[in-house]
Structure formats: C-alpha cells, structure tokens
Design a protein. Structure first.
Length: 355
C-alpha cells in the first residue's frame, strides 16, 4: 500500500449519507478508525440533519446544505476539543445523520381489549386500530435518547415502543371522553385529535412527533355485535303479528300451486286445505275475540264452504252440519277420503268410481 493510499484511507474528506431506504430514522457515519480531515466537506441533503458528538456529548448540528468543517462552523466542538486557536490536524468525532421526513401509513392497534364502563351496556371490552405518521422533530433529543450508540435506527425499532404508548393514551382518551359505545363512530375525529395531542406531549421528550393520527375503527365484542344486529332486525320488522300474517298470505299461492305431492288432484286438495287453514289463522289473528269456540264450526261453514278436492281430516269421517243449519252434505271418496264434486262420477284424486 502506497503512502498516498494510506493517507486517503486515514483522513476522511467527504461526509454524506445517500439514504436509499424508506424506513431509516438515523444512520451513524462510519468513522471508527478514520479521522476527519480539517476542511472536510459535509453534505446534508433535504430531509436530513447531521449531529456531531464528542465522546457521547452533543456538539454541533448541521441542516441541509454543503458545509466546510472548520473551527468557525464547529464552535461547540472546538470548545469541547480545546481548540482555542483553531486546529490543523485531523480529529475524531461521531457523526449521526437524522432523517427528518415523515414516515406515513404506520399502523397501530390494541393487542388486547380495553375494559371500559359504558352507560348503555355496562362493562365492555373494546378494540381499536388506525394509522399515524412519525417524524423526528428534535435531532439532538432523538440522538441522546435513541440514536447515540446504534449504527442505524429503523422505524421498526421504535414501533413497538410507540404502540405501547399509543394504546395507553388511547385507553385514557376513551375512558375520559365518557362517550357511549353507540356514539363512538360520530366522534372519531375528536378522539383522534385528543389522542394525537396526548402522544406528542409525551414523545416530544424523545425528539419525536406524531402527525395524521386516525382512529379507523373501535369495535365491540362479537356477542354484543350479534345482540345489536338482532335488535336492529326487530326494529326493521316492527309489528311481529303483522309480519307473520304477511308471511302466511304470501305463502298461500305457493302452497296452492304445489303439484309435487302425488298428482294434480292431490296438489289441488292440499292447496285448498292449506288455504282454508291459513285463512282461518289470519282471521283469528285479525279478530281473535270474534270467534268463540262453540261457534267455530258454524262460522267455518259460513265463511269457507266445502270446496271440491279438500282433504278430510284423518279419522274424522264426513262433516255434519249442526241441527237447524242449512247446507249440502259433502261426499267423500271411500278409497282415498278426498271430497268429491257434487256431480262427479269418479274421484278426481285416485279415479275410484263414485258409488
């Protein structure tokens, strides 16, 4: 190795950080066994600051631009080094570059439910999550607290620390707000602003700041959500009696048109029988007090006369009108029991001849 090469390796003339990452908060310039030459060039790019440290003590801080390192622009370091009359020889210091840009779209969330007392539901376990942006607002404090000895500090290195603080302040904000669980969705903006202010007060001592913090969702326990869904469904349905009547009325055409139970005759009889039963159910639901048990047969005969094809109840035999009540006695098939048409010679259901 030539003397010139050795000298170049020993004395650093250019100090810069070409940051090609998207998640680096601080980066320590490698000065390990090298010395910085008097008059060296320091380049600080936009979104960066360079912090000089002498044996762990913060010295000078440089913002964006190109700087020539002399005792004139290193006043604090000159004092720490005892350079009363300037310096000519190389010197050793730690140089830490800090990224001051915003790191956006960072996620936060409650790992465990937050226990709170709610005015409507009593004690609830709530979960919350959202996003925020992070930036270094004071390079000196940040280097002192987190980036003094580390060669590189990434966003991921501080996210767990930030999440713990954020969840703790989220719990305080939610508890002190006294907002009912059903009204939280309308207060996300106010809660987010309050939470951001609390965090910045605490993080400012570490040289960091939070911006664009948003609460995206505060969720209830699954069992509470199911109960709310059931309650909402009941509110939509309204009067359950009217809803039941509507369901029965809408099902009548389908039952009457069903021909898949043993032929057209059976389908006709089944539909007519079901229709008669449903009609009675609707009539009873609308006017339950108008039908006394002792007049049930008379009213059924007056409102719904016997229809050809109706199925007779099993074991009941032919229906007989009460004494003094006019009406035609229906005939039933001796083979299948289906009511026969008054003028028919064969059973419409099974074809058995009428005797």
């Amino acid at each position: 190795m030539s003397l010139l090469t050795w000298a170049k390796n020993q004395f650093i003339e250019i100090i810069e950080w070409q940051d090609d990452s998207r998640d680096t908060l601080s980066w320590k310039f490698p000065v390990a066994n090298n010395e910085i030459k008097q008059g060296a060039q320091l380049t600080v790019r936009e979104g960066q600051q360079a912090v000089f440290l002498n044996e762990g003590t913060i010295a000078d801080v440089f913002g964006p631009g190109r700087h020539v390192l002399t005792t004139k622009n290193l006043p604090v370091l000159a004092t720490l080094k005892g350079w009363k009359y300037g310096f000519e020889s190389p010197f050793k210091v730690d140089v830490v570059f800090i990224s001051t840009r915003r790191f956006t779209d960072l996620k936060w969330g409650t790992q465990n439910p937050v226990m709170l007392r709610d005015a409507d539901f009593g004690v609830l376990r709530l979960r919350g999550f959202g996003t925020y942006a992070l930036r270094v607002i004071d390079p000196k404090l940040f280097v002192t607290q987190l980036g003094n000895t580390a060669g590189q500090v990434l966003v991921g290195d501080v996210q767990e620390h930030l999440r713990n603080k954020l969840v703790a302040r989220f719990t305080d904000t939610l508890g002190e707000s006294k907002v009912a669980a059903l009204d939280l969705a309308a207060r996300y903006d106010e809660l987010s602003t309050d939470l951001e202010g609390r965090l910045n007060t605490e993080l400012s001592a570490q040289g960091m700041g939070i911006t664009d913090l948003h609460i995206e969702n505060i969720s209830l326990p699954p069992e509470v959500e199911k109960a709310l869904d059931a309650r909402s469904k009941m509110n939509v349905l309204g009067d359950l009696n009217k809803y039941t009547q509507l369901q029965v009325a809408e099902s009548m055409p389908t039952a009457a048109a069903n021909t898949g139970l043993g032929g057209a005759g059976v389908g006709l009889g089944f539909g007519a029988g079901v229709g008669a039963v449903m009609g009675q159910q609707i009539a009873q639901a609308v006017q339950p007090a108008a039908l006394a048990p002792r007049d049930a047969f008379a009213v059924a005969g007056a409102v719904a006369p016997v229809v050809a094809g109706a199925v007779a109840p099993v074991g009941s035999g032919p229906a007989t009108p009460p004494t003094g009540m006019s009406g035609v006695r229906p005939k039933f098939c001796s083979d299948c029991g289906v009511a026969l048409a008054p003028t028919g010679k064969f059973c419409a259901a099974c074809g058995h001849p009428v005797g």
